[in-house]
Design a protein. Structure first.
Length: 293
């Protein structure tokens, strides 16, 4: 299972792990993660015991759910892989319907439609950047390279995919670079050094301030950042080590003080630059950062 596709979905800021089943060509989802979400319970032992109780109950009732449950290896919090009960999409729906509470309804609404949302479709495109070796064809550290990433992630989803914005935009009261001078701003950013970690972070911060697209800047620029780190330092960011709240706060203050962002990124650097699962997990977290922001 080391070469399997791994995905992490987030429901109400809680992880729902998934693994691609090559034999059956579908995604399989961790039962314990779903039980945790539906019971709003973080204790692993309690979730395991509840699933054991529920599985026995469903078996007595003759439910087909138990027979469709199988085991695949998923990575746990300690970094090791363990055989874990998993269900395909149909099984997940049946499981959720076994929970008579409002969370089950909200979970089903999220589960059934999240993959078909704009972000869901864009995330699938992001996975393909790695699967199709397309990253090798992207310019590193240039505005054109960032446009290439954005065009691929959002092509067919946004009419402005890959296009530099012509309008001024702001977020949370912060005004991003003036559209009138954006071309000159991007040329200046391109010329910034990438010779060391601090220089690369400075360049990343400046590109965030420029915010060259109407939407999708964060998801595109994090891939852009990793490509610079890989090329110049033979490292990349393990985004799963950076929490959403910490990252968003670090980015918010980075325009005047970037030390918090530097510390977060430095502590999450890894030499696993060609690791498929690390990239996929990074995409999951990158899109998670943008939820409800």
């Amino acid at each position: 299972m080391n070469s399997s596709k791994i995905s992490i979905r987030f429901f109400n800021d809680r992880e729902v792990r998934a693994v691609w089943d090559e034999e059956n060509t579908n995604w399989k989802f961790s039962v314990l993660d779903i039980v945790s979400v539906l019971n709003d319970e973080v204790d692993y032992t309690k979730n395991r015991n509840y699933w054991k109780y529920l599985k026995a109950k469903l078996k007595r009732e003759g439910s087909q759910l138990v027979s469709t449950t199988n085991q695949l290896k998923l990575q746990a919090a300690d970094g090791k892989r363990y055989n874990t009960d998993v269900l395909d999409s149909e099984g997940v729906v049946l499981l959720a319907k076994s929970f008579p509470n409002n969370r089950a309804l909200k979970f089903l609404d999220w589960f059934l439609y999240s993959d078909h949302s704009l972000d869901g479709q864009s995330k699938k495109k992001a996975y393909t950047l790695f699967e199709g070796n397309l990253l090798e064809n992207i310019e590193v550290g240039t505005s054109k390279g960032l446009q290439q990433i954005h065009a691929y992630l959002f092509g067919g989803l946004y009419e402005f995919a890959g296009q530099i914005r012509q309008k001024n935009i702001s977020k949370g009261g912060f005004q991003f670079a003036n559209a009138r001078f954006l071309d000159d701003t991007l040329k200046r950013i391109e010329q910034m050094s990438e010779s060391n970690f601090d220089d690369i972070v400075d360049k990343y911060v400046e590109m965030n301030v420029a915010h060259p697209f109407m939407e999708g800047n964060g998801r595109s620029s994090r891939i852009w950042l990793d490509l610079m780190l890989k090329k110049n330092l033979q490292k990349c960011v393990d985004w799963s080590k950076i929490g959403k709240i910490e990252y968003m706060e670090a980015m918010r203050v980075s325009t005047t003080e970037s030390s918090l962002l530097r510390d977060l990124l430095m502590n999450a650097l890894t030499k696993q630059i060609n690791d498929r699962e690390l990239f996929m997990k990074g995409i999951d977290y990158s899109y998670y950062y943008e939820e409800n922001n």
